[in-house]
Ligand binder design. Sequence first.
Ligand SMILES: *Cc1c(COP(=O)(O)O)cnc(C)c1O
Length: 441
Amino acid sequence: MSKLALLGGTPAVTRDRKDAFKWPIITKEDEEAVLEVLRRGGMSGTDITKKFEAATAGWLDMKYALGFHNGTAAVQAAMYGCKVGVGDEIICPSVTYWASVVQAFSLGATPVFAEVDPDTLCLDPKDIERHITKKTKAIVLVHYVGHPCDMDPIMKLAKKYKLKVIEDISHAQGGLYKGRKVGTIGHVGAMSLMSGKSFVAGEAGMFVTNDLEIYERAIAFGHYERFDGKIKTAYLKPFAGLPLGGYKYRMHQLSAAVGLVQLKYHDIRMKEIQKAMNYFWDLLEGTPGLKAHRPDKNSGSTMGGWYFAHGLYKPEELGGLSVTRFAEAVRAEGATACGPGCNKPLHLHALFNTCDVYGHGKPTRLAHTKRDLRQLKGSLPVSESINARTYGVPWFKKFYPEIIEEHANAFKKVSANYKELLKGDKGNSRDLGGWHFFSHR
Ligand SMILES: *Cc1c(COP(=O)(O)O)cnc(C)c1O
């Protein structure tokens, strides 16, 4: 193999990428749908949103779907729907995007972080039980960067302790867990539909549930125009007319129009992504230092749309080479999506340790409890070290074998020549991991 591009050799990736990474895929049909709403001034209505909700409920085979202006609101309303309130605790992963958990504060509740599993990168079912207290109301889990969470043991625990399960499917819409669609297994499935995700409506969110009370509580919370005499939940009826949360959460209909079109093509586009990504990882099978982040082929589970696709890193197989140096070399080969790490662990952020958001005169984390719930450095060793064992991989939207092969070669070449990189390896930054989701290549 030729010399590493980082050290002056020829890059492995040279071909025109064409539209291999282009996302979202917007066609005339999306444009027409948007213009129709725009021209008649229907932006603030709910007619298209209701169609989009019905289509999503049908797609996921769920009774109710409710649209939101973003995924953050959908997750918060799911929490309110599950009666997460003052003094309550939710158990959630530390390694995720903030909008899976921070909303708990606005309800007077607090997140309690549990470990992620180092192979799935999802909430580790084995680390949940020790965090359950009398105050625990719900488990919020994330099918992280497309990988389905191990739902069976989590649902078992939820049943045992009478907890609600909120699935954040922002990374995995349409993905399967043992043959069942993610988002349909817990009590409510909430998702972002912003433009970077693998299911795009523009800037929007949605949740699905089979539970009428969860659905109606979410309507009462932030959908004033639907919170009317038709509400069936008796204890909500007297308050109809005004939003209980003081929020206005309906979806922008230009987004609903896009979402409705995107949904028609989601399964077929996801299939092509799956084919491309599985081909990429099949090519890398057995490459020292690298391991695919995907479920077993025979498990009936899939990666959905492979949002923000990542790989697992085994530095011990490459002489201890840091993932930072490894990723730098892969990027130099032309596979530019290869950043080191994934998401920084949330539990070490000052928001969860010192910040007094609402003026309680103490950290918000402790606003409603006498116990010190803070989780300091060392409390979640897997979450705190996982960024040194993950890296971004190209997120292919199209099955173009030659382009995929070139990118796989970039990773293989760096693995094969790792010894040349040991010298000059300055190690990982202590602050490894990112907040940014927009490097699509
Ligand atoms: C993007 C995202 C959200 C928030 O969705 P927005 O539409 O950006 O508000 C929530 N959870 C996860 C895991 C996400 O990645």
